[in-house]
Ligand binder design. Structure first.
Ligand code: IPE
Ligand code: IPE
Ligand code: MG
Length: 240
């Protein structure tokens, strides 16, 4: 079957999940980490080559200080707790996003997980943290300008080699985007990589998302007619 090579997920709805249960928002974020662990396992079993999840956006700094601090702490704890397990499962982990603004101890945890999983060749897991799609494009342009200053001819720049300047140049295309929590927007996620992605929205909040929901999203993806600007796939030369 046609398994999407790169699946991206906007893990949304943690706060609402908690509020519906009369719990504080942070309880939803904690539950969200449990869901993420299950979905990483399921994605591995389904042989999805690359999974990119949105954990904290460049816009999420607008939240109350207490929530931001909690998310920073939760992310650091999760990286520390899961590093060995992910390495033993042969998962290569990259944290994509801007490092400035993050604490030294969080940067250490990020560098550690990236270092111990760098030579793994199972699934590739990108965690987008302090990530913004526009920030990524601007950061990529800055790298291009540096190369131009070093002698790269501007005429040589095209879409193909521009994508080599992205945060994870090995996976420049997303095939399937899943967003939980019912909102139908991109929220500054993977703007370059989503150009031709199939979009899948589900009302369930992220803590309730499960392996079966992932399977269902992939089934829907497999039924989509992806045209990339061309014509629908039909037999013979009906399109001639
Ligand atoms: C997604 O859940 C997690 C982060 C953005 C960090 P939210 O915290 O956005 O939950 P809702 O959308 O408010 O329910
Ligand atoms: C997107 O969710 C970011 C993450 C899931 C990390 P948000 O909850 O921040 O998105 P908006 O504000 O509803 O667009
Ligand atoms: Mg949200």
């Amino acid at each position: 079957m046609n398994i999407p090579s790169h699946v991206a997920i906007i893990m949304d709805g943690n706060g609402r999940w908690a509020q519906e249960k009369g719990l504080p928002r942070y309880a939803g974020h904690r539950e969200g980490v449990k869901t993420l662990k299950k979905i990483i396992k399921k994605a591995g079993e389904m042989k999805i080559p690359c999974l990119t999840v949105y954990a904290f956006s460049t816009e999420n700094w607008r939240r109350p200080r207490k929530e931001v601090d909690f998310l920073m702490k939760l992310f650091k704890e999760t990286l520390k707790n899961e590093s060995q397990e992910l390495a033993s499962k042969n998962v290569r982990v990259n944290i994509i996003g801007r490092r400035n603004g993050l604490s030294k101890s969080l940067i250490n945890a990020i560098e550690y997980i990236e270092k111990i999983t760098r030579d793994k060749n199972g699934m590739e897991l990108n965690i987008a943290f302090n990530y913004g799609g526009r920030a990524e494009i601007v950061d990529s342009v800055k790298k291009v300008v540096q190369d131009v200053n070093q002698g790269l001819a501007l005429d040589e720049l095209d879409e193909n080699n521009f994508s080599k300047y992205l945060y994870n140049p090995r996976w420049p295309e997303v095939e399937l985007l899943i967003r939980t929590g019912g909102e139908m927007r991109i929220s500054n996620y993977m703007l370059w990589q989503l150009a031709y992605a199939e979009l899948y929205f589900i009302d369930k909040c992220w803590p309730d998302f499960n392996g079966e929901d992932l399977e269902k999203a992939i089934k829907v993806f497999q039924q989509r007619d992806r045209r990339f600007g061309g014509l629908p796939e039909v037999g013979d030369d009906k399109n001639a």
